[in-house]
Design a binder for this molecule. Structure first.
Ligand SMILES: Nc1ncnc2c1ncn2[C@@H]1O[C@H](COP(=O)(O)OP(=O)(O)O)[C@@H](O)[C@H]1O
Ligand SMILES: CC(=O)OP(=O)(O)O
Ligand SMILES: [Mg+2]
Length: 398
């Protein structure tokens, strides 16, 4: 029997997973299969692909399948499909760890209670992340579970980069910037020496993680010194369905003048804004890039403009810029978005190589050889980062 470990990323409408061999510290080569159960709440679709991309399993689950049912289906499928393997540990992506956690942690009932306190601070993620932990604890009480946080990479942000200009008591109670997408930034920081060279890794780098959620991180020698997301994963860049940076006066206006409740405002800002709200068409960048509707074009223009503005701000925090890195679904695949961001960053010294940008697949350089600031695209791998943390904590550490 050989050990395998499971990585889970449970969201509001999907549970994504990856299964790794665990006889040594995992690399991308140790991925066995990955997939997920999507459209929970509608007609759940369970799909698994092998590490070479071929389909291994593809089926629909009954209408009404809950998150808990889906977790049982997934664990049952793993156990029957891989009878020769022993599931040795599970690593969870948990979006919010607040000020409590500076790295991965073994889940205990006390940890679960601590994580539940952050539910309202990440309503699209946290309640589902923690429910998955609870469901597994019931299904498999002896299975070690490890929580890996989006916030941990930003744990040592300089104080000035975390403070809001609010009365001191609120800051002391934890109302401050935490930052998210840290598992992605940590993975990218680990790839920088190989892909972009040690000089870049030792320098001033801005990483743009552009996925469903989107944020940017200023790294000095591969450590986070500033980031666009804040107390919650609502701040900063415009996202698929989240507004990003917003004058807090708008929230007061919606409460008082529009008589909206807190939950209605939460829905508006998290689920109905961003690319979806501005375009009125979709939260999906592929759909918008393929559309000639003027509202789709405006949504893309605002998306790029916000990235360019935040890039200037993060370069200021770094005192200059040596390299710009794109990652996340949009950053990895949408060469058009990368081109437009780089064009708006010309003043910082970014000169795009249009052919390299358009033809890139995987990791590589997209700036011209003589560009003062180099630009890169590097596919992220949050699952692998979690698998490594789990291995180090669960196996490596014992
Ligand atoms: N080939 C592509 N061209 C443009 N956008 C893409 C492409 N592939 C994926 N995307 C976009 O990436 C976004 C999803 O990013 P991803 O990192 O996969 O999200 P998640 O946060 O759910 O993991 C969507 O807006 C999607 O349209
Ligand atoms: C923190 C966050 O926004 O995550 P995601 O991009 O996966 O929604
Ligand atoms: Mg993501």
């Amino acid at each position: 029997m050989s050990d395998v470990l499971l990585v889970l990323n449970a969201g509001s409408s999907s549970i994504k997973f990856a299964l790794y061999e665990a006889h040594t510290e995992p690399t991308a080569d140790h991925l066995i299969c990955e997939g997920g159960i999507g459209s929970l709440g509608h007609r759940p679709h369970f799909k698994v692909v092998n590490s070479d991309g071929s389909t291994r399993y593809d089926t629909y689950l009954p209408e009404g399948t809950s998150h808990d049912d889906a977790m049982a289906v997934l664990i049952g499928w793993i156990e029957t499909t891989f009878p020769e393997h022993r599931l040795s540990a599970v690593g969870h992506r948990v979006v919010h760890g607040g000020a409590l956690f500076d790295g991965p942690v073994d889940v205990t009932p006390e940890v679960i209670a601590q994580l539940r306190a952050f539910d309202r601070l990440a309503p699209l993620h946290q309640p589902h992340n923690v429910s998955a932990i609870e469901a597994l604890a019931k299904l498999h009480p002896s299975l070690p579970q490890i929580a890996c946080f989006d916030t941990a990479f930003h744990h040592r942000l300089p104080e000035v980069a975390t403070a809001f200009a609010l009365p001191r008591e609120l800051t002391e109670q934890g109302v401050r910037r935490y930052g998210f997408h840290g598992l992605s930034y940590e993975y990218i920081a680990g790839r920088l020496p190989d892909v972009a060279g040690q000089a870049v890794a030792d320098g001033r780098v801005v990483v743009a993680h552009l996925g469903a959620g989107a944020s940017m991180c200023a790294m000095l020698r591969c450590r986070s010194i500033a980031t666009t997301m804040g107390f919650t994963a609502l701040d900063g860049l415009m996202m698929g369905s989240r507004c990003g940076e917003l004058d807090p006066g708008v929230v007061l206006y919606l409460l008082e003048e529009k008589s909206m409740t807190a939950r209605e405002i939460e829905d508006l800002l998290y689920r109905e804004s961003g690319l979806l709200g501005v375009s009125g068409i979709s939260d999906d960048m592929r759909t918008l890039l393929a559309s000639d509707d003027p509202h789709a074009c405006e949504a893309i223009e605002l998306f790029v403009y916000r990235i360019a503005r935040e890039l200037g701000s993060l370069a200021a925090a770094l005192g200059g810029l040596d390299a710009l890195v794109f990652t996340g679904g949009i950053g990895e695949h949408a060469s058009e978005i990368r081109r437009r961001v780089c064009e708006q960053a010309a003043w910082l010294g970014v000169t795009l190589d249009p052919d390299a940008n358009a033809s890139l697949s995987g990791a590589g350089r997209i700036s011209a050889p003589d560009s003062k600031v180099s630009a890169w695209a590097i596919p992220t791998d949050e699952d692998l980062m979690i698998a490594r943390h789990v291995w180090r904590l669960a196996d490596g550490g014992r």
